[in-house]
Design a protein around this ligand. Structure first.
Ligand code: GTP
Length: 331
């Protein structure tokens, strides 16, 4: 099997997950025990042997995390001085890419099997193959229509729900010939979906449809839904969440990091605790993500929340449906 490289886009600001993304880039938020980024990389085809991380916002955080927690494949951090968008980020990060190469958004959480997708790409021989997932309301996403041979004939970004030409949305994982890079203008911000893709359809871009589960972990509610999906569909042979919380009432599935404590508390279901999280006696944490060093006071309740690093919840308070962090815009 020839070597394949991958580019993973992680340069966005993650505005919909503020204020947590003032502290941590979206793709480093832990879901079901490991960062979103690692779940996205676990999805790559088995032929992939090296990864370029196309970074912009908080590139240092990715570099530091990967140094402390090396991924099983070599990952090269490629930086952007100014945001280059999805197309510009791809062009910047694809130096030395194999032909074909794989492209994924670092926040894609889904059950797609990319091994058959790579085979499909080789069989169809087009410039690219994009993955698509069917949803009820496609209006926040890019939507495609294809012919009997699966060749995409139309791609519309964020169509109104009533006039969307299909309900198959761009799932954020694709495979490209390196010739795609010749169609992306250099040195400026470029949207792959809006500016480049419509011009590529004549050259043969194919749609690989899959069913099962998918989520865009872009908002707090979607992030927590993505976590539930990941707990419910562990990717065999890649990663298994662990929890070690002596003296706690643990309702699985729960993942906890190093040195976290929850003596006398109830934790679960669907909870990730980072490292050094402290949950006081009589507290309850459910369907939530608590990042490194977060604390929940005695008798407090935390449900459907995303709490940034070091965030403190006061004793006996009742938090639900919140995304909170100590950091603000200037941090
Ligand atoms: P929001 O600000 O909440 O919309 O999130 P986002 O900034 O992550 O944007 P979006 O979800 O639309 O981005 C899709 C993917 O492209 C994500 O993996 C982003 O990190 C990535 N991305 C967006 N803009 C850039 C960019 O300028 N450079 C790079 N390298 N990646 C980007």
């Amino acid at each position: 099997m020839p070597e394949v490289s991958a580019v993973v886009l992680v340069g966005g600001f993650g505005t919909r997950l503020r204020p947590v993304t003032y502290a941590v880039p979206k793709q480093l938020i832990p879901l079901a025990g490991q960062p979103t980024l690692f779940h996205a990389m676990d999805m790559l085809p088995s032929a992939v042997s090296r990864i370029s991380l196309a970074c912009g916002y908080k590139a240092d955080a990715f570099e530091a995390y990967l140094q402390r927690h090396p991924y099983r494949l070599p990952v090269r951090v490629v930086r952007e001085a100014t945001p280059l968008g999805t197309g510009g980020g791809l062009k910047n990060g694809a130096d030395g890419a194999t032909d074909p190469f794989v492209l994924v958004n670092g926040d894609v959480i889904c059950g797609l099997d990319m091994d058959p997708m790579l085979e499909f790409h080789r069989e169809h021989g087009g410039m690219g193959t994009m993955s698509f997932f069917e949803v009820e309301d496609p209006s926040p996403y890019g939507v495609a229509v294809w012919d009997d041979d699966r060749r995409i004939t139309k791609f519309v970004e964020k169509p109104p729900k009533e006039s969307a030409p299909s309900r198959w949305i761009n799932a954020g994982a694709s495979i490209w010939s390196t010739s795609v890079l010749d169609h992306i203008p250099g040195g400026r911000e470029v949207s792959l979906e809006r500016e480049v893709l419509p011009k590529l359809l004549d050259r043969g871009v194919y749609g690989f449809a899959f069913r099962g589960w998918w989520e865009d972990a872009g908002t707090p509610a979607r992030l927590l839904h993505a976590q539930r999906l990941l707990f419910d569909h562990p990717r065999t042979g890649r990663f298994a969440p662990k929890s070690h919380l002596p003296g706690a009432r643990v309702v699985p599935p729960v993942a906890s990091g190093r040195d976290s404590e929850a003596q006398g508390a109830t934790v679960g279901r669907y909870v990730t605790l980072g490292d050094r999280v402290r949950i006081g006696p009589g507290a309850t944490v459910e369907d939530s993500i608590l990042m490194d060093g977060a604390e929940v006071g005695q008798g407090a309740t935390v449900r459907r929340c995303v709490l940034g690093p070091g965030y403190h919840v006061a004793p006996r308070s009742d938090l639900a449906d919140q995304c909170l962090a100590n950091e603000g815009p200037s941090a």
